[in-house]
Design a binder for this molecule. Structure first.
Ligand SMILES: [Fe+2]
Length: 172
């Protein structure tokens, strides 16, 4: 018996992360966080967030397209450098940068107007859960928090996350 493992293609998500504007902000943030002892916001965190969000969507029976989950996850912290540099909340800065990126993807890689709206709503809402949060927005909020491995983090004792928020044990 042959088991064929097929990876789903993620062309539009790859188009996002290779977009020049994405790369510029990503690299700027990477430089700014080089010596950061607290949580960083590079690809390991972004992909952990995407994977957890997808797992949650399956477990909760929430039907959200995998590609949109990954698109929102790779974009959600892209505004973080502007929070460090200009004190602009990163969900606001990030939604603006994300819109610019999504609007200028190669034509055959574009998201529809509705897909774009859902992604931007999720990016904008990922820090504080709105009561009437949309499914993608809620998944991103939950997975972003769940992705942090506080129990194994050397900076945990001095981290200002509340005790309730910190992930101090493995939860499945
Ligand atoms: Fe995040």
């Amino acid at each position: 018996m042959t088991i064929l493992l097929e990876t789903e293609r993620m062309d539009r998500v790859n188009a996002i992360v290779s977009h020049p504007v994405y790369k510029e902000y990503y690299e700027r943030l990477e430089g700014l966080e080089q010596d950061r002892v607290f949580c960083r916001h590079q690809m390991p965190h972004l992909l952990d967030t995407a994977r957890i969000a997808y797992i949650l969507s399956l477990e909760q029976g929430v039907e959200v397209e995998k590609e949109l989950i990954y698109a929102a996850a790779v974009l959600h912290d892209i505004g973080k450098s502007l929070q460090y540099e200009k004190k602009i909340p990163h969900e606001i800065a990030g939604a603006e940068i994300a819109a610019e990126i999504l609007d200028s993807l190669p034509e055959d890689m574009r998201f529809s107007g509705e897909e774009k709206r859902r992604i931007l709503t999720a990016v904008r809402g990922h820090r504080k859960l709105r009561e009437d949060a949309e499914p993608l927005e809620r998944l991103l909020y939950e997975s972003d928090k769940a992705s942090r491995m506080c129990m194994a983090c050397p900076a945990e004792p001095v981290c200002n996350w509340s005790k309730e928020k910190k992930n101090m044990e493995i939860v499945i």
